[in-house]
Write a new protein. Structure first.
Length: 186
């Protein structure tokens, strides 16, 4: 197991949709271990493979003493309830912005051995699952902010000591329409 460097805002890998995992092999299990160790060392609630520069659809999580991972996640939303609260990202260190998310989610996918699994999340777990799945789609949480919050977030990001002026930021709007902000019907 090895703690890996986390890619920061501005790195193109964070904007590139990840490929589905097709080989549930030793390399995947090593990736899951590296993700878990890096996430825990960084005291994060979740970490997606693109944040380590790996373009595969896998993430780990550590929320309310529930530690795990999910490969090739597909999200379903059992209702339309929302939550709005602070959200941060290990790729945008030290900054938190109120972000709207669905309150409840059902995530289906696989474990590192290819066995089917399902995670039912509410509150912080639902936020984490949605956040990490967004990473797999090349979406950062700042993309989901309303225009005013996004403007404030970009100002703070540009002022952060870790921000790299040589990597101009790419901010894109959420792939989900404003009238359907959570991709209902996906």
């Amino acid at each position: 197991m090895t703690v890996q460097p986390i890619r920061l805002f501005g790195d193109p890998v964070l904007r590139t949709p990840a490929e589905p995992v097709v080989d549930f092999d030793v390399e995947l299990r090593k990736l899951v271990r590296d993700l878990s160790e890096t996430m825990q060392e960084s005291q994060g609630a979740g970490l997606a493979a693109p944040q380590l520069g790996v373009g595969l659809r896998v993430f780990t999580f550590d929320v309310d003493d529930v530690i795990g991972h999910l490969v090739n996640p597909v999200l379903e939303f059992p209702d339309v309830e929302e939550q709005d609260g602070p959200e941060g990202c290990l790729s945008i260190p030290g900054l938190y912005f109120d972000t709207k998310r669905r309150l409840n989610v059902v995530a289906k996918g696989f474990n590192e051995y290819g066995d089917p699994m399902q995670i039912v999340g509410t509150g912080l777990m639902a936020r984490c699952i949605q956040h990490e799945t967004d990473h797999l789609d090349g979406v950062l949480f700042v993309d989901r902010l309303d225009p005013q919050r996004r403007k404030e977030a970009m100002r703070e990001i540009r002022q952060a000591e870790w921000y790299d002026l040589d990597k101009p930021p790419v901010v894109k709007l959420s792939p989900h329409s404003i009238s359907n902000p959570f991709g209902l019907g996906r």
